[in-house]
Design a binder for this molecule. Sequence first.
Ligand code: ZN
Length: 169
Amino acid sequence: MEQDFTIKKSNIAGNGVFANKEIPKGKTICFLSGELCSLDEVIKRVNEGKEEPSDPLEVDDEEYLDLDEVSRTFNHSCNPNSFIHGKNELIALWNIKTGEEITYDYSTTMNDNEEKIVSAGRELWTCKCNCGSENCRGIIDQFKTLTKEIQQFYISNKFMPDFMLKVFG
Ligand SMILES: [Zn+2]
């Protein structure tokens, strides 16, 4: 998938993934990939310092993809131009121009089991947001912390993974 994208420094955070050609709205951009892990395994790896708390992508209840290097390079935006469909399919939310950075809203995948994470001695992962969009929320946090209006936008358009639609839809 690398030929469709360029990975380079992003104004949002670290490196980002940029489109090498126009991507029409609704088109599959790629499937995010990585090793499938249980929440217990993710907690273990983070506690052992083997991985960053920001790397695993929640794809089902207590099920995560430990994202590979390219997949975890996609940055978050509070005004994203793509979304995750099904389990790990990244789809263009609108027409993406050549050279535009491809982003999705991390919060649409975040419904972590707080009780389990806290009882394992960790806090829920959050991150200061630097996406620069007009509607930037300032922090990347769990889906339930979003306003009802923003939640409804993602739910009614099905701009979020299946397991999240099952919980919130
Ligand atoms: Zn933001």
